[in-house]
Design a protein around this ligand. Sequence first.
Ligand code: UDX
Length: 435
Amino acid sequence: MHIAMIGAGYVGLVSGACFAEFGIDVSVVDKDESKIAALKSGRIPIFEPGLDELVKSNVEDGRLHFTTDTAEAVNKADAVFIAVGTPSRRGDGHADLSYVFAAAREICQALTGPTVLVTKSTVPVGTGRKVAALAKELRPDLDIAVASNPEFLREGSAIGDFMRPDRVVIGTESDRARAVLKRLYRPLYLIETPIVFTGLETAELIKYAANAFLATKITFINEIADLCEKVGADVHDVAKGIGLDGRIGRKFLHAGPGFGGSCFPKDTLALVRTAQDVGSPLRIVETVIAVNDARKAAMSERVIAACDGSVAGKTIAVLGLTFKPETDDMRDSPALAIVPRLVEAGATIRAYDPEGMEQARPLLPPEVQYCRDAYDAASGADALVVITEWNAFRAIPPARLAQAMRGRVVVDLRNIFDPAAMREAGFRYSSIGRP
Ligand code: UDX
């Protein structure tokens, strides 16, 4: 089988490489010539564990190709996936669908025979039907079946998520599209992955509802963590105690500085806008967005309070900048709310992130100093803040930290350190939702 993946961004690259690994012939198409040239020469523009090896081996085996030529790619494809970006539209928070429709238009115009057109990008409810209408309008001569096949990949574990998903969602009204997608996902049938067949709108809504639910779960435990601090309870034990109830589940109950990333902030906002537009507001999700935004902003105040009410003239080590570990992605990272505020309040920032410093640099104030490693960042610091829970930070012995630092304040926004060990090393240690 042959497929075309339109868009060599995060979703397109990971999905394209994984489909190739399934044995399918994949052409990944992007307009950006320099990106395609880089990919052809083996350079992967994003950091995702395992992706470079997966791309390399599938390119070598002749199953994965990169091109800027849409027409060539789509005309040999049994299915064409649209995996272009859907950023938040400036001003109103609606998903910006201009790339999706531009891609759909270009594909339809280039086609010389029937195909299955699949949206993989996260698109608001109703988009698939609009794509179908566009296809019909542009190519009444061709049978173009439309399907929605949302992805549920997490950055940092995207390949595992693709190869061993909890489920695959396929929304379509076409028997032909269903048959083609079933064949594409055959290796997952063999490992008994549930495949959920639905209509177009339902598939589109499943994606948004899943992300909104997970964002709600995180926000819920974050608020419980704040309450824990007031009443002397431990949020880890609360999360465990409720998570063992199978109806609740243990995952996504880690309290922290608030969710970020390329999906949750953008998708919750787009869902809320869709719901408002059709007169069926989602008040819980609206509140989740507001609470999460306020939380990210409040984290810098937490640091300032831990530094006895002022960070002016103080040096603060910041460990981790990305929105989560195992990625170089800075999109909506809590660091973007915390670091500028600390700089504004007069702190000198010494930051270290294993992968994200290059991405962070243009987004953070120019005064921020970027360090070689965690100890370099901690060197001479009055206080230290953990923003991202990279594994390398978990292994830091408190005594070595104490040696490197001048002061004794540690604010751990990810609860990676053991409170008793930190206190033993002489730190004034505070974390999230623990006494
Ligand atoms: C998410 C969804 O998990 C994925 O299914 C979807 O396709 C895209 O969006 P991703 O953004 O890569 O994936 O990261 P995820 O691991 O879900 O984390 C999102 C944010 O929530 C991060 O900022 C993370 O730190 C935060 N988070 C997550 C918590 O604060 N606590 C948790 O328990 C889990």
